[in-house]
Design a protein around this ligand. Structure first.
Ligand code: AHR
Length: 702
């Protein structure tokens, strides 16, 4: 939602849900690609010999600013089951039995009984060993048993996870649970097929009564022998028993960098090479009601003691397995600067008066100490205990989300701002108010800009920041995307438009410090917000065309910005073409990178790198093109790579390149400098440019 629009708390809530169904007509100035699909040539970089439509003049004499290393990043929100049932590979849903509420009896959904009353009895009780997490499950298997003491039927309970558990043959899973028993234990812990007919893998917990009488954690590692992507976990016994269970968890042994994230999803983030990661929301940070907002303090420490909370904006329970520590660790693991958005005392339906905001400020200051304080500080020591004695590199924080215009926003903002700056003067603080409209009331290092609109409208916003006051706070375009009918569930059309907008962001990266597409993830079983960059189910994932556009821009951060001027030839259709250029220095190579986004029909374009000697450039240009057969082309589980960037090489003589740009395409041209010149310049620039040095090191490691 655009923060510049005045909005009341209630409107803000509606806005978070509004885009789910908002359908916008396809803008009339976008050509219908369905009839010209046969003309598409993927990334051949060659002119078709027709008259020239436009020229892109890249003025290499004028190197501009360093593109901030943070320019293009990602925004992770707990929305669409992005984390719960997604990036967090916890397979069990409602693992602590808290999702049904704090009063007993309570719902144990989605747990299911195996067997039926009166033989089986399942009820919640406030019997947990965990203070923060009081509800536990009491289980009774009743009956006399046969001469061996065995019940005629196995009794127990099962959990389907989040729309089925992905259990794969050959993979290992750690199952843990806390329990205490009135007698001895003889439990079977098994992964079953979706229909419950097949055992995919199992383990056992057997214990004498004297060892089982008090709460203890039990572990079983199960190696699956069969695969079912929609499996379930079942805990059963054939022995008459009375057992209390709590915090039952099942996770794959393999996680991203061993730090507990789902591998395929985290790897997709890594491939985006994000300069930053904004988290954990979005509206998730606000809550419909303040009591349901994300609270960092309840999200840290051992996971069994996290109370979890209702994500009331997006309509599901979060066990807070993804807490502040996990977000910061993820940021470190993908080499992205963490950007923590915190609640400023405002929710969608209520506001704390600035006079009573003090404890919330203290809470955030403690949170900063948790992230960056020394390992012997009060909160830094908890971080150290959790496995990270070194401080995390937290340097960006956003004071609220989309709260500008609310009655107490400016008052609360200022108090947070002053308190944080007093203790952490280097912390870059982000305001929710849009400084492109009018100067901000309060000081800010950056301001947050959100835009969700049609394809034509977003493409037209490529020049949105051209006239922005260069002395104002820096821009954080933390949420942008094409939505509505133009977007489908991730169309080529949307992606090309977003690329056009990103060219504008790159060209203005003297004032734009950060930008991220939104939202990042969607579990197909909970497509609450559409479209999204990465689509997944329990076992598959793919990037939408918008995701691939993000990856095409991931070499921008740390480059040098070069002016690139688009000139139409004799009034030709250059208004559908936008371009930007950067110069990138890597270990063995220096390159000019030109991005040209064609939001119209096919075009013949000349790219001129002016200001270079005749032999300055290498003999080949690498062309990466994203296009498709139709503007409506999308990727899917069955065709995950229907719309992906395609690379090719074309010969270059001199400093001009004639190219045919496919209709509706994103094109990236890499012009390497000839080797001798590149070496000399690499030396000079790496010595002098901090940002270039950073990217130099990063690429050196890769
Ligand atoms: O990105 C989805 C939602 O859009 C975010 O939660 C919110 O900030 C915006 O309204």
């Amino acid at each position: 939602m655009h923060p510049s629009k005045p909005h009341l708390a209630v409107l803000s809530f509606l806005a978070c849900g509004f885009l789910l169904t908002a359908a916008k007509p396809l803008s009339s100035d976008i050509p219908d690609r369905t009839d010209i699909s046969d003309e598409v040539i993927r990334g051949n970089g060659l002119s078709r010999g027709n008259a020239l439509d436009a020229t892109v003049v890249v003025d290499t004499f004028q190197t501009g600013v360093n593109v901030p290393k943070t320019l293009f990043g990602v925004f992770f929100e707990e929305i669409n089951h992005a984390g719960v049932g997604g990036l967090d590979p916890e397979l069990v849903s409602n693992r602590g039995f808290e999702a049904g509420g704090q009063y007993t009896p309570s719902s144990i959904e989605p747990w299911r009984p195996i067997g039926s009353e009166p033989d089986l009895w399942l009820e919640t009780q406030k019997a947990s060993v965990f203070e923060g997490n009081p509800i536990a499950l009491k289980f009774e298997a009743r009956g006399a048993g046969d001469e061996n003491g065995q019940l005629k039927q196995a009794l127990g309970f099962s959990n389907p996870g989040y729309w089925g558990m992905n259990i794969e043959a050959g993979e290992e899973y750690n199952v843990t649970m806390w329990l205490k028993s009135e007698g001895s234990l003889n439990l079977t812990v098994a992964f079953l097929s979706q229909n419950g007919q097949w055992v995919l893998g199992e383990g056992h917990i057997v214990e004498f009564a004297e060892n089982a009488a008090t709460w203890q954690q039990r572990h079983v590692t199960i190696r699956a022998s069969s695969t079912d992507h929609k499996g379930q976990l079942a805990i059963t016994t054939r022995q008459p028993s009375t057992i209390w269970f709590d915090q039952i968890s099942a996770k794959p042994v393999k996680t991203f960098k061993g730090h507990g994230m789902r591998v395929d999803l985290a790897e997709k983030l890594l491939s985006m090479k994000p300069g930053f990661i904004r988290f954990p929301g979005g509206c998730y940070v606000e809550g419909v009601r303040l009591l349901n907002a994300f609270r960092w303090r309840q999200s840290v420490g051992r996971w069994e003691n996290r109370p979890g909370h209702l994500n009331d904006v997006w309509g599901y329970w979060s066990d807070d397995g993804l807490g502040l520590f996990e977000y910061l660790q993820l940021a470190e693991d993908i080499d992205a600067a963490p950007v923590w958005v915190f609640n400023n005392g405002l929710s969608h339906t209520s506001e704390l008066d600035t006079k009573t905001i003090g404890p919330f400020i203290k809470d955030v200051l403690d949170g900063i100490e948790f992230a960056r304080g020394p390992a012997d500080s009060e909160w830094g020591s908890l971080r150290a205990e959790m496995g990270h004695p070194e401080p995390f590199d937290l340097e960006y924080m956003a004071i609220g989300n989309e709260d500008c215009g609310k009655r107490h926003y400016e008052g609360n903002y200022l108090r947070f701002y002053q308190a944080i700056k007093a203790r952490y003067p280097f912390m870059k603080l982000i305001s929710n108010c849009d400084a492109t409209n009018m100067p901000l009331v309060n000081p800010a290092d950056l301001f947050d800009y959100h835009i969700y609109t049609s394809a034509a409208a977003l493409f037209a916003l490529s020049n949105k920041f051209d006239g922005y006051d260069r002395s104002g706070p820096k821009v954080f375009a933390s949420e942008y995307a094409v939505v509505g009918q133009d977007a489908g569930t991730g169309s080529l059309l949307a992606a090309v438009s977003e690329a056009g907008f990103m060219v504008g962001l790159e060209r203005n990266s003297d004032v734009i410090e950060m930008a991220s597409y939104a939202p990042l993830f969607v579990n197909t079983h909970d497509r609450t917000w559409n479209p999204d960059a990465i689509v997944f189910n329990s076992w598959q994932s793919y990037g939408t065309p918008s995701y691939w556009v993000q990856t095409m821009f991931n070499s921008s951060g740390g480059s040098l910005l070069i002016p690139a001027l688009v000139q139409g030839v004799q009034g030709a259709t250059a208004n559908t073409l936008v371009a930007s250029a950067t110069k990138r220095v890597d270990v063995n190579q220096e390159r000019y990178i030109v991005k040209a986004v064609n939001f119209g029909g096919p075009m013949n374009v000349q790219i001129q790198l002016s200001g270079l000697s005749e032999d300055a450039l290498g003999p080949e240009v690498t062309v990466t093109t994203l296009t498709g057969g139709s503007i409506w082309d999308e990727n899917s589980f069955s065709e995950p790579e229907k719309v992906v960037p395609v690379k090719s090489r074309v010969p270059l003589a001199g400093n001009d390149l004639l190219v045919w740009l496919p209709p509706m395409s994103v094109n990236l041209f890499e012009f390497p400098l000839a080797v001798a010149e590149a070496r000399t310049e690499v030396h000079v620039e790496v010595q002098t440019e901090e940002h270039v040095e950073a990217s130099f090191e990063k690429i050196a490691v890769v």
